[in-house]
Design a binder for this molecule. Structure first.
Ligand SMILES: [Mg+2]
Ligand SMILES: [Zn+2]
Length: 208
């Protein structure tokens, strides 16, 4: 079976501008294509797992999201990065007004529907895989799917508020580095990284 790194999109692969869908707004942060290349060359499947409730809310269409994904893939390759294996999108939100997307679904993170589908499609063992995201819902999704979740946020100014039941603390990593840890009852300790590259280095260290 394959191993994968499940990747949140906005805030991880491209700069999050809030309901990002216009190709003119597409910015891939420095280091992202190279980090993805390192994973790919170690044999990890690269799977994008993204909530796009803007579809249910009528802000943009599935076709526009797909065009954005093509542009994202092209930009990653233009910058020296690899081909991503799969994009999985949840278009739903129960408070949206665009049918048939305005429903409570089994795929909006933190639900695990997208990861489960990807595992079937690409013969992935989620228990030997990772989920990298910048919101706590990404962490819950990865955890619930049996993958190892990794939170990427700017530790100085957390880009997203964490839920009240998540506590941040300083700790030492197994390799003696100073790290920040986010802890909740459900997930236990989750390491916080300041960039995708940092998280990827740890994925590669722990999978030698
Ligand atoms: Mg995000
Ligand atoms: Zn969904």
């Amino acid at each position: 079976m394959n191993r994968a790194v499940f990747l949140d999109r906005d805030g991880i692969l491209n700069v999050d501008r809030g309901y990002t869908f216009q190709i003119a707004d597409l910015v891939v942060p420095e280091g992202v294509p190279q980090a993805l290349g390192r994973l790919k060359s170690k044999g990890f499947k690269l799977v994008v797992i993204t909530n796009q409730s803007g579809i249910a809310r009528g802000k943009f269409s599935m076709a526009e999201v797909e065009a954005f994904h093509s542009a994202l893939q092209k930009e990653i390759q233009r910058l020296g990065g690899p081909v991503l294996d799969l994009f999985k999108t949840c278009p739903h939100h129960p408070e949206g007004h665009v049918a048939p997307y305005n429903v409570d679904c089994a795929c909006r993170k933190p639900a695990i529907g997208l990861i489960s589908d990807a595992c079937s499609a690409l013969d992935i063992d989620s228990k030997r895989s990772f989920m990298i995201g910048d919101k706590w819902t990404d962490i819950l999704c990865g955890h619930r799917a049996g993958a190892r979740p990794m939170l990427v946020q700017n530790v100085q100014s957390l880009s997203y508020d964490l839920p009240d039941d998540v506590r941040l603390s300083k700790a030492k990593s197994q390799r003696g580095r100073d790290i920040t840890v986010a802890t909740s009852l459900e997930t236990g300790d989750i390491a916080v990284y300041s960039s995708l590259s940092d998280a990827v280095s740890v994925v590669l260290e722990s999978s030698d």
